[in-house]
Design a protein around this ligand. Sequence first.
Ligand code: AMP
Length: 282
Amino acid sequence: MEIIRTSAEMTAWANRVIAAGETIGLVPTMGFFHEGHLRLMRKVGEKANRTVVSLFVNPIQFGVDEDLCRYPRDFPRDCQLAEAEGVDVIFAPEPQEMYLPEAHTRVIVSGLTDGLCGKSRPGHFAGVTTVVAKLFHIIKPHCAVFGRKDFQQLAVIERMVADLNFEVEIIGHPIVRETDGLAMSSRNTYLSAPERQAALCLFRAIGHARRRVRDGLVEAQVLLGEVEGVLHSEGVTIEYASLVDQATLQPQAVLRKGVVLAMAIKVGATRLIDNDNLFEEN
Ligand code: AMP
């Protein structure tokens, strides 16, 4: 496995691979790998001849009060795990390699980024779309895999790719969970043992919502009240709990196919998100 640090070397590698008639699959990450990341790598390995994993803690997608400085990192371990998955290249640029001091361009997807995480994290999605657009130009992937755990991010990237004519197939990957239901996240390492227990309220809320939908509940407002009850029972702070359309991300009054329960909470100082497409088989 190669470790590449500069955009010029990365693009030279991509050009060689493409000239040889091979395809490139990309998994964009911020590192500190868990099983969720590894599944994305396996998925992209099935779809393309060569796999690139980008590992970049992207400063411009963090707000000033957020956890950029303490975001967990373990580059040697990440490299071992990626190599064991058969990854060809880790692209791990420094921030100054990705953002020149004179850089002034942001890629902004409007509308879809107004609600949910976009509301509580102003500027976050502009940071995400800007870095992903740059990665697509530098790495020239034929396909890229993104987790449904960040389901708003996936919708925003799909919109950007369609709107800006990127020739990249975007593949969504189901949420990978711990055996007790907690969605895997690099940020779970911030949780103390009691916080880790409290965080399970997200999965309990999903289970409750699925049961209510299966029993025929149609009023979104009623379900949201109950979901908030489940979350509050663990004393966590709710940033949002919304029932939105999976494509438009607009809040829905009526529960029907295509409605997603999306939640963001704070457990102590740790922000966690989770979501579930309530009408889809797991
Ligand atoms: P991150 O390193 O947290 O930015 O995540 C990199 C990619 O992995 C993103 O596409 C995430 O949506 C995806 N991902 C992270 N955690 C999970 C998970 N538990 N299940 C599925 N995908 C995930």
